[in-house]
Design a protein around this ligand. Structure first.
Ligand SMILES: NC(=O)c1ccc[n+]([C@@H]2O[C@H](COP(=O)([O-])OP(=O)(O)OC[C@H]3O[C@@H](n4cnc5c(N)ncnc54)[C@H](OP(=O)(O)O)[C@@H]3O)[C@@H](O)[C@H]2O)c1
Length: 328
């Protein structure tokens, strides 16, 4: 069955997604409708991306019977609301990261997806990045030995606007949920759930974190250092030190096109992959495959994986004391 897609929330990432969509097979996926809170914005977006249907309210898109799956690209605080409304309307959902602000929200969303027997997945596009796939395969093959330590950072200098998605606590802003999720995702992908964590954070005057570092501790003294900041452009590189070699995933590692392996004897190997645009089309293709399979859950980034990751984010937030106003 061909999937007819709709987008809710026409901001920055929705634009990237729509541009990338052309690389997902047109026999399998079609972007048919978009919704914004503003009809003019929806019309302009639809014209820009050659999309037939556009709406000035999200509710109109949720009620469109000609849409099978929704990509939800709104601020973090609203993911649960629109996902649940879409699932209850019988639609499948690909929801931007973090899919939920906390584990309790995500459990509710999963209950609704199971009740309605529809597909739900978190849009953690780095999971499909070809460099990530190669590095993961290499590490899991055991050829480089076990991981001894690893680190990844993600930082950029954000313009301070207290009302913006990044700084507004009502929208579940802050560095951790917006970009810290990526290094924590990498630690989870490589090493699983940590035994313990230690944290350090700095806060904005609005009450959200602007910089957070997390040390994740695993068995055999293995450590993963995850850092994120809205205060500075950082290298945004991932380094994984294994017993027999060191891997560096080059900037920006979460959307990498190349990586380097340095072996213990000093030999260096450079690897690169081909990526069209940003690579969001990979998750679109994956949704098509999973929706049309007998077990309509992702086997690449499952709901169990999303639960574990939001559980780690919850632990970090508890340690740094980041509670959003709507959680109090
Ligand atoms: N930016 C990135 O590179 C990136 C990368 C990966 C994932 N993401 C994720 O994608 C989601 C959206 O991020 P974004 O960067 O696209 O944000 P954005 O540019 O601020 O766009 C978010 C859109 O959400 C809608 N919205 C609904 N209620 C809103 C409210 N109260 N305040 C502001 N906007 C509201 C707006 O669309 P309408 O005006 O059309 O209704 C807005 O344009 C987040 O979950 C983020 O973590 C972003």
């Amino acid at each position: 069955m061909k999937l007819r897609w709709g987008i809710i929330g026409l901001g920055k990432i929705a634009g990237h997604f729509a541009r990338d969509f052309i690389h997902a097979s047109s026999d399998q996926n079609e972007l048919v409708a978009v919704a914004s809170r503003s009809l003019d914005k929806a019309r302009a977006f639809a014209q820009n991306h050659h999309i037939t249907e556009y709406y000035g309210t999200y509710e109109d898109l949720l009620g469109d019977p000609n849409v099978d799956i929704l990509y939800i690209a709104t601020p973090h605080n609203s993911h649960k609301k629109y996902t649940i409304e879409a699932l209850n309307a019988g639609k499948h959902v690909l929801c931007e990261k973090p899919m939920a602000v906390n584990k309790a929200e995500l459990k509710e969303m999963i209950d609704v997806t199971r009740k309605n027997k529809v597909f739900l997945m978190e849009a953690l596009w780095t999971r499909w990045n070809p460099v990530m796939l190669e590095v993961l395969q290499l590490i899991r093959s055991g050829k480089l030995g076990s991981i001894i330590k690893a680190e990844a950072d993600f930082g950029f200098k954000a313009h301070f606007d207290p009302e913006s998605r990044l700084f507004n606590p009502q929208l579940a802003g802050g560095a951790l949920l917006d970009i810290g999720i990526y290094p924590l995702f990498l630690s989870y992908l490589l090493l699983g759930e940590p035994n313990s964590i230690s944290t350090k954070a700095e806060f904005s005057t609005t009450g959200v974190d602007v910089e957070t570092s997390v040390e994740l501790n695993y068995a055999h003294n293995v450590k993963f250092q995850a850092t994120c900041t809205l205060l500075a452009e950082t290298d945004t590189v991932a380094r994984i030190t294994c017993e027999k070699a060191k891997i560096v995933i080059k900037a920006r590692w979460h959307e990498a096109e190349s990586y380097q392996i340095t072996y213990a004897d000093g030999k260096i190997e450079e690897h690169s992959v081909e990526l069209q645009n940003r690579g969001y089309y990979q998750e679109v293709k994956h949704c098509y495959e999973r929706v049309n399979s007998a077990n309509a859950e992702s086997d690449m980034w499952s709901l169990r994986n999303s639960l574990a990751l939001v559980g780690i984010l919850d632990q970090v937030r508890a340690k740094i004391g980041l509670v959003y106003p709507f959680e109090k």
